[in-house]
Design a binder for this molecule. Structure first.
Ligand SMILES: [Zn+2]
Length: 244
């Protein structure tokens, strides 16, 4: 079974418990005996962010890691404190938002691909962060409705307003300046990017292009949407933003 370590908790002197996002068991916790010892063969394969092949043994209350072989280490991003803290934030989001299901292969694929681009630097942080947030929310029961105007149903891409609070769109004709002040007018490039992130096939997910100004607004709206929908405070997000 393969998976990525999304959390580790030290237990006593030499042991730890790891939380793994797996390709077949959902999110599981497993104890690693002796993994904190420097010479343990499990040191790197069970470290945070490691994507490894695990042999798990099912005990009474928890799995135990029998063996683990590292597949991908994401070495570059571990050397960069901003990238690393963003990666930690992605892991925190997955832990908190992933549904309690055994098939989280879509979530795993999203995490691995996002970390891959963060690691090799082929996509900017300002591109990856809103993409990850919006796609993860959509896969985890918080999909916004960007099909058309929530009031008249009109599907247009010019002059649409989006609300991070209600997670929907209204068109220019339906928009009321006073009552709808929490709606933000979207440029057509921004709406297209948001629709792409939410509805596109996974194979094309990382292929859209937008200019820097659009990306800045996308980043702001995605984060607002996340905070409104999950009512959450994310420690790793605060830490990441403290570095900027
Ligand atoms: Zn309308």
């Amino acid at each position: 079974m393969k998976g990525i370590v999304v959390k580790e908790v030290k237990v006593g002197e030499a042991d730890k418990i790891v939380h793994i996002l797996t390709d077949g068991l959902g999110l599981v916790s497993a104890s690693c005996k002796g993994a904190m010892r420097v010479r343990s063969r499990l040191v790197s394969s069970t470290s945070l962010l490691a994507y490894s092949s695990f042999s798990l043994y099912q005990g009474k209350s928890m799995y135990t890691v029998d063996d683990a072989r590292i597949e991908v280490q994401f070495w570059n991003l571990r050397q960069d404190v901003v990238k690393l803290s963003l990666a930690m934030y992605f892991l925190e989001l997955v832990r908190k938002l992933a549904p309690d299901e055994t098939d989280l292969r879509g979530h795993l694929k999203l995490v691995l691909n996002t970390l891959y681009f963060l690691d090799n630097g082929k996509r900017d942080i300002s591109y990856l962060k809103p993409l990850f947030e919006l796609r993860l929310l959509s896969m985890s029961g918080y999909m916004p409705d960007l099909v058309g105007c929530a009031r008249c149903g009109q599907f247009v891409d010019q002059g649409m307003y989006f609300s991070p609070q209600s997670g929907d769109l209204i068109c220019r004709e339906c928009h009321l300046p006073v009552d709808d002040s929490h709606y933000t007018l979207l440029g057509s490039g921004l709406l297209a990017a948001m629709r792409h992130i939410i509805y596109s096939d996974f194979s094309r997910l990382f292929n859209f292009r937008v200019d820097a100004a659009t990306l800045a607004t996308l980043e702001k709206l995605a984060e607002q949407y996340l905070i409104y929908q999950t009512d959450g405070r994310f420690k790793a997000l605060d830490f990441y933003k403290g570095l900027l």
